[in-house]
Ligand binder design. Structure first.
Ligand SMILES: Cc1cc2nc3c(=O)[nH]c(=O)nc-3n(C[C@H](O)[C@H](O)[C@H](O)COP(=O)(O)O)c2cc1C
Length: 253
């Protein structure tokens, strides 16, 4: 191999590390309580109710076959808002709770290694009925969104944070997934990181398919300025950092 760095970086995709881990010494095995499966929020936080209607009868819908067949990346969006109902549906489809065991364990609409669900969902909202433009966070346990803050020049800052890709500035909402690695490390130690990345793929694919059901489209984004985006979300970049994002907007049928 010409570039030795390639071998080093490729190893991230392998599971070789698992054989080096003493699983009797993980925090889980040592009896340390699991970290919360949802990032805590202040009691006085401003929360917005979302619709929860697991039959989603007001979603126009698409058959699973149609959704899979038509899914593609959209980078051109109509200048139309998402309704809060539609946003509720997208959040449920990507991170909603399917079965709550207790506040440390829950099954969601997407799979996750060891059911650890190490991702949080932030939203930069530009055009959604019932939500002021700003930064929000989804609370799966409550099925609400938490208003985080407004931000001057939000549209421009998102575009800057994805190295000038313009379509997030025209999207109704951009989903930004952060990882809280300890949630996965608690169980898997050094084998945690690859599976967090795999988990993020499932989440984004559900977003693609769910968008098909509401006349919307999305485009995954992995090319972003790590520090700029973490700064924009006001997260520390160590215990929590951005791993993936996807912009959503209404599209021509
Ligand atoms: C992990 C991942 C990262 C991606 N990052 C970007 C990106 O930063 N910018 C972009 O315009 N598209 C991005 N895409 C979209 C791909 O370019 C797109 O999926 C690919 O061209 C195939 O097109 P399709 O999704 O319409 O089938 C990304 C897709 C994936 C799965």
């Amino acid at each position: 191999m010409k570039n030795p760095l390639l071998e080093q970086y490729r190893s991230f995709l392998k599971d070789t590390v698992r054989k080096r881990i003493d699983f009797s010494q993980t925090d889980q095995s040592r009896g340390i309580a699991p970290p919360p499966i949802e990032k805590p929020f202040p009691r006085e936080a401003s929360l917005i109710d979302l619709s929860i209607d697991e039959s989603w009868k007001d979603i126009p819908g698409a058959s699973l076959v149609e959704a899979i067949k038509h899914r593609k990346s959209h980078r051109t969006f109509l200048n139309r808002s998402l309704t809060l109902y539609e946003l509720s549906f997208l959040l449920w489809a990507t991170q909603g709770i399917r079965h709550l065991i207790d506040r440390g364990h829950a099954y969601r609409t997407v799979p996750s290694a060891g059911c650890r669900h190490a991702l949080e969902t932030y939203l930069t909202v530009l055009n959604c009925e019932g939500l002021e433009p700003g930064v929000y966070r989804y609370l799966p346990l409550e099925h609400k969104v938490l208003f985080e803050f407004t931000e001057d020049r939000l549209k421009e800052k998102i575009v800057e944070a994805v190295f000038g890709q313009t379509y997030p500035g025209k999207a109704a909402v951009t989903f930004i997934w952060t990882a809280i690695p300890y949630r996965m490390e608690w169980r898997y130690d050094l084998a945690a990181h690859k599976v967090i990345a795999i988990d993020a793929g499932h989440v984004c694919q559900n977003l693609y398919l769910a968008c098909e059901a509401i006349g919307a489209g999305t485009c995954a984004i992995a090319a972003y300025d790590q520090e700029a985006l973490d700064r924009l979300l006001r997260i520390d970049g160590l215990e929590e950092f951005t791993v993936y994002l996807a912009s959503v907007g209404k599209v021509k049928s």
